[in-house]
Design a protein around this ligand. Structure first.
Ligand SMILES: Cc1cc2nc3c(=O)[nH]c(=O)nc-3n(C[C@H](O)[C@H](O)[C@H](O)COP(=O)(O)O)c2cc1C
Ligand SMILES: [Fe+2]
Ligand SMILES: [Fe+2]
Length: 392
């Protein structure tokens, strides 16, 4: 438990054990599930945490308010990493009433069989008083679920933003940011955005416009630090990513069964290095410690304007990890990128042509036909320097 202001207490938890968030995204630095108490004449809890943390969570709550009752549970978002303990809290606090919007109601029933009399529906811009302060609710649909809303504590300029402005990475010690916290979390925040929110650039833009009307002094999101000193940087990053704005540079994403396509990918990286072109390289099937695989590649697609995909031909098609990547780009509505494909085959190459088809479906600018090469990569046979020259 950490006291954040006169009224606000952080009662969230860190998860350092989970290997894959949503079963898909590696968590080398862990993740936090943030929950907050607003304590006034009435007490409101904003969201809960993932199941498995009941004891620690209730311990945090007790540390903040002792045996006082919780009057309201605000449900900003129903994804189970925040809503798992709703049933548990309804049992622990028999007089607790849930504050949620109309779209949340069927989800509360479906996940937790919550009786309607324990839910008070709130509408856009409606305010609920806690005595000396009040909570106001703003809908933020599809950031990144349809029922998503944010809660604004006007008296403290604090927005409880749900997953918006969230980041991977556990939060040790004081959750409130220092001057350098944004730089420490920047890459993980980008990876979080790319993996979790990346499809919803337009709804994020709509939410940002709505929030820009508020005088925000503190952002309390559901993952990562509480933002006070870095609000501008955090909002600017979300704004930039949701506009799909990128820098010149190359994201090399490859997958390889026997190392031949991988060798070409490494050679390309070395050529880009010697040309001084900014680049990142990710093994899409990589799952050794420290490798970010698909999630790292998606992050860097939101960083650089050029996507290069390497895949061997596999059963007359694209090797599955590379095809998953192309589908992940489609799902995120990635646009305005330059594209190049390469890969090894043995008897009839098909992967490069099919990768190009994916790229065309997203209106990417093809920087050539790609490079399909038979069997082994060898420097004298496969000219990755020429490829690097096209990409620079
Ligand atoms: C299950 C399997 C399916 C394959 N299908 C094809 C194919 O349809 N056409 C082809 O030319 N090569 C095919 N190959 C051969 C690979 O493309 C070739 O071994 C390539 O060099 C592998 O590249 P890598 O070392 O980057 O994995 C297949 C290999 C495997 C193991
Ligand atoms: Fe979520
Ligand atoms: Fe979340």
């Amino acid at each position: 438990m950490k006291k954040i202001s006169e009224r606000i207490f952080y009662v969230g938890v860190n998860d350092d054990d989970k290997v894959m968030f949503e079963g898909l995204w590696p968590l080398p630095l862990g993740v936090s599930y943030n929950s907050y108490l607003v304590v006034d004449q009435k007490v409101a809890l904003i969201d809960t945490v993932e199941s498995g943390f009941e004891e620690e969570f209730i311990g945090n709550v007790n540390e903040a308010i002792g045996d006082r009752a919780i009057d309201y549970l605000v449900v900003n978002h129903m994804e189970p990493d925040h809503s798992s303990l709703i049933s548990y809290m309804l049992e622990m606090y028999p007089s607790l009433v849930i504050l949620a919007n109309a779209k949340t109601l069927p989800m509360l029933k479906g996940y937790h069989n919550v009786p309607e009399e324990r839910v008070q529906i709130v509408a856009e811009a409606e305010s609920v008083s806690l005595g000396g302060c009040s909570l106001r609710f703003y809908m933020a649909p599809m950031v990144h679920w349809p029922e998503t809303m944010v809660t604004f504590l006007e008296e403290e300029g604090t927005v409880f933003s749900g997953d918006a402005f969230g980041t991977f990475g556990a939060v040790d010690g004081n959750p409130v940011d220092d001057e350098d916290t944004f730089e420490i979390f920047r890459e993980e925040m980008m990876r979080y955005y790319a993996c979790i929110v990346g499809k919803y650039g337009n709804p994020v833009q709509t939410a940002l416009k709505k929030l820009s009307a508020l005088d925000i002094k503190r952002i309390c999101s559901t993952h990562g630090p509480v933002w006070e000193r870095n609000i501008q940087s955090v909002v600017a990053l979300y704004d930039k990513m949701s506009r799909y704005e990128v820098e010149r540079g190359v994201c090399i994403a490859y997958a390889s069964m026997y190392g031949n396509t991988a060798a070409a990918a490494d050679a390309l990286a070395m050529e880009l290095e010697s040309l001084g072109v900014p680049y990142a390289i990710h093994d899409l099937a990589g799952n050794n410690a420290g490798e970010l695989g698909l999630s790292g590649a998606l992050r860097d697609v939101f960083k650089y304007d050029t996507i290069v995909v390497g895949s061997p031909t596999y059963n007359n098609g694209i090797f599955p990890p590379a095809e998953t990547f192309m589908k992940a780009l489609q799902a995120r509505l990635i646009k305005g990128r330059r594209f190049y494909a390469f890969g090894s085959y043995t008897w009839a190459g098909a992967s490069v042509r099919q990768l190009n088809e994916y790229a065309k479906s997203m209106d990417f600018e093809l920087l050539g036909d790609g490079l399909s090469f038979p069997q082994a990569y060898r420097k004298d046979k496969v000219d990755m320097k020429a490829v690097a020259d096209i990409l620079k």
